[in-house]
Design a protein around this ligand. Structure first.
Ligand SMILES: [Zn+2]
Length: 384
């Protein structure tokens, strides 16, 4: 490859601290950039949610309806800035903003490009607000983005929110367009018992079986959660060439259960599902939960998931994680003391964090803008 212009000598130097290392950038394999403003004072729901579905209805499905272009942009910018500063070079996003669908994936891609992050986007098509028409618009947004994409470090997948918020027809169409475009489908599967119950009411063994039966799990698909999948189902995801993503903090927070069958596949990565992109924190949560739940893979789980994430990024995004400065070549790497904010971060050989600061953005200005947009967003949310 041609030599990226900013690989100057000393860039990968670790002599500033004997504990410092040069290592692969972290991958957040499932999250929601649209929730990036939530830590900035999102108001409590009108009443306390009593179930997982109520958490969606009273919190996240109100937030997503209140989003417009400006608030989404501020949200993505803040989230991606903090991700890079934490050494997370790749973010895999699952997006929904029902009142701003067309062009929404470009907003996310523009913010990733501005800061230098690597991003994989999908609009999660759903019928929960506007029926089949809404689902069609979601699938069309994915298709439009993938066909027109000119962002070098951003790629797209076809997205479905979850099997329980779409009809068979929408699932079939998602599979058809994904296959036509040669990409996978990014979808929440068996996060909560409610998704399993819904599939069984519709005559399927599970939401996974429904997706497979309707042709919507092509190779390269991303199955988020899989909390309620058994080992045979996890092996079916693996056999399909699809990836599972475990989200430890989110699963614990939503009290949906522990995904005890995921060890049956080696194609498993870790995501934060809307929590910040600090992967060491997410990994610590994973380790604690694996031990607590007697996961058969226990301590080895963490290594397997991290390796899985790097394989996923190499497969779906073509990411490299090596650095050969003498040859003027580097991929996505982080320089710093493990457990501390990185000193230098490179994405595709470009410096995006230097001396612990963003190269292409001002964190304080980004935070100030985010706070302004957040207060407008909370006002719109309150009126819903
Ligand atoms: Zn999610």
């Amino acid at each position: 490859m041609s030599a990226p212009h900013d690989l100057e000598p000393g860039l990968l130097d670790t002599s500033f601290d004997p504990r410092a290392t040069v290592r692969a950038g972290e991958i957040n394999a499932h999250t929601h950039l649209y929730s990036g403003l939530a830590p900035l004072g999102m108001p409590a729901p009108p009443r306390t949610p009593q179930s997982f579905v109520e958490i969606l209805e009273l919190v996240w499905w109100r937030l997503d309806r209140a989003l417009d272009e400006d608030s989404l942009r501020a949200s993505a910018r803040l989230y991606l800035a903090e991700a890079l500063l934490a050494g997370t070079t790749t973010v895999i996003d699952h997006h929904e903003s029902p009142n701003f669908i067309e062009g929404s994936l470009d907003v996310l891609a523009e913010e990733a490009q501005r800061l230098g992050a690597r991003l994989l986007v999908a609009y999660g098509a759903t019928e929960r607000n506007g029926g089949r028409d809404e689902a069609q618009r979601g699938l069309d947004e994915c298709t439009r983005f993938i066909r027109a994409n000119r962002f070098p470090n951003v790629r797209g997948l076809i997205g479905l929110h979850a099997a329980f918020t779409v009809s068979d027809q929408t699932i079939r169409e998602a599979g058809e367009v994904a296959r036509a475009l040669g990409v996978g489908v990014h979808v929440h599967v068996a996060e909560d018992r409610a998704d399993l119950d819904d599939a069984q009411r519709r005559g399927f063994e599970s939401p996974l079986e429904r997706l497979i039966a309707l042709g919507a799990l092509p190779a390269g698909s991303l199955v988020a959660h899989g909390v309620w999948l058994d080992e045979a189902s996890v092996r079916r995801v693996d056999a399909a060439g699809a990836w599972l993503v475990q989200n430890p903090r989110s699963n614990a927070n939503n009290r949906v259960g522990y995904p005890r069958a995921l060890h049956a596949s080696t194609r498993v990565a870790v995501g934060t599902d809307g929590f910040d992109a600090n992967m060491p924190l997410e990994h610590a949560a994973l380790l604690a939960q694996a031990l607590e739940h007697g996961d058969p893979a226990d301590a080895a789980t963490l290594d397997a998931r991290r390796t899985g994430a790097w394989r996923l990024a190499a497969d779906l995004l073509g990411t490299r994680f090596d650095a050969r400065l003498d040859e003027g070549s580097a991929g996505d790497v982080v320089v710093g003391v493990p457990g501390e904010p990185p000193r230098t971060v490179l994405v595709e050989g470009r410096v995006v964090v230097r001396d612990g600061r963003l190269v292409h953005g001002d964190l304080e200005a980004i935070r100030a803008h985010a706070r302004e947009q957040a207060s407008l967003l909370w006002a719109r949310m309150a009126a819903l």
